[in-house]
Design a protein around this ligand. Structure first.
Ligand code: MG
Length: 371
């Protein structure tokens, strides 16, 4: 027979030191800080399991229009052909387009207003559907439109001009000729432009060893032109809105953990299908409702921040589990041999929980910038 009080003390010490209280808070404490840190940076994360999935992410699929690009056309090039200033060409183009409700026309007018050009009044305005527009400014006959319209109106388009038009078009731009009284004045090109921060986001994803795919309903040529500017080499173009979710499924079937980033109504099924749906804050309500992560600042660089934050959070969880276990695994054998005072055991347990809390709160120091 041994010493009963001593055995009782050892028994109590074992009970105390084996309490898994710190274990219970190891995961939620880190997730709470991680989700809070995201919210601080305008990244709304719906629940901790999204962070757990984001850590394993291997492919990010981006919708093009409105996500990587601004989603509305703007003037990208003004090419003078008759040694007249660019402003003059833009002013004439804006004048004939002033009454137009066409998005391309609106882009031209917006560009002219942006440069504070005064837009002259146009008379005898006439739209030629699918080809262009014409009008008169102080008896000068202004024509704006495509090659076919200009040829029909008797304009000469020389090979050098033809070459410029082709180059602009192969860059995915819509090129329009501007003419005045039978003389070609210049070319105005309009295109949906990429968001300035998108390129940086793609490069940062590359550094994180994540594959990037661009998904769009646009034609292959336009899509590739945009992808080239962004440094994306995998493009899936001419996808019908209803097929976007299927594309996500196909990629998942190859064993990839997929995040889908989108803004539109037509992205919602794909956002729901992806392992992680990331919605742009300025996007459609249905996209935001479906997304597991919402980027409030509309900045696609936050996709990278989300991934980095999830990795940092998961690392914290692992560290927390270590801190939660280490006191127990060292303490239990010592206590079993009756070598651990129950008071010290209790202190060790308090310390264990404290370590987990302190370690989790260190995540507050996570840097939200991509660089
Ligand atoms: Mg879109």
């Amino acid at each position: 027979m041994g010493n009963f009080p001593q055995a009782l003390l050892a028994f109590i010490a074992v009970l105390i030191i084996s309490c898994p209280c710190a274990l219970g808070i190891a995961t939620p404490a880190a997730l709470m800080v991680g989700v809070g840190k995201g919210a601080e940076g305008g990244i709304l994360i719906r629940g901790g399991e999204i962070l757990e999935r984001a850590e394993k992410l291997s492919t990010v699929i981006f919708d093009k229009t409105g996500t990587l690009t601004r989603g509305e056309p703007s003037v990208t090039d003004i090419v003078p052909l008759a040694e007249r200033p660019k402003d003059e060409i833009l002013r004439l183009a804006a004048a004939v387009e002033a009454g137009s409700e066409h998005p391309l026309g609106e882009a031209i007018v917006r560009a002219a207003r942006h440069q504070m050009l005064d837009i002259p009044k146009v008379s005898n305005f006439e739209a030629i559907p699918g080809q262009g527009i014409r009008g008169e400014i102080n008896r000068d006959r202004i024509l704006l439109g495509n090659r076919r319209l200009f040829r029909e109106q008797g304009y000469q388009i020389n090979p050098a001009t033809e070459e410029i038009l082709t180059r602009l078009e192969s860059d995915g731009k819509t090129a329009m000729l501007v003419g005045c009284n039978g003389l070609l004045m210049g070319i105005v090109a309009v295109a949906d432009t990429i968001k300035p921060e998108a390129k940086e986001a793609i490069a940062a994803l590359r550094r994180e060893k994540v594959k990037v795919v661009m998904l769009t309903g646009d034609n292959q040529r336009t899509a590739e032109a945009i992808a080239r500017q962004l440094g994306i080499d995998k493009v899936i173009a001419e996808v019908l809105p209803g097929d976007k979710a299927q594309v996500v499924k196909d990629i998942q079937r190859r064993g990839e953990v997929v995040a889908m980033v989108g803004d539109g109504v037509n992205d919602a099924p794909a956002l729901a299908t992806a392992d992680i749906g990331i919605a742009i804050g300025s996007g459609a309500d249905v996209a935001k409702e479906t997304g597991g992560i919402i980027l409030v600042k509309n900045d696609v660089r936050d996709v990278v921040t989300s991934i980095r934050l999830s990795r940092a959070t998961m690392l914290k969880i692992k560290q927390n589990l270590f801190w939660a276990f280490i006191y127990n695994s060292i303490g239990i054998p010592i206590a079993a041999f009756g070598l651990l005072n129950p008071i010290i055991a209790a202190a060790a347990m308090a310390l264990s929980s404290l370590s987990v809390i302190i370690n989790s709160s260190l995540l507050k120091g996570f840097k939200l910038s991509t660089s």
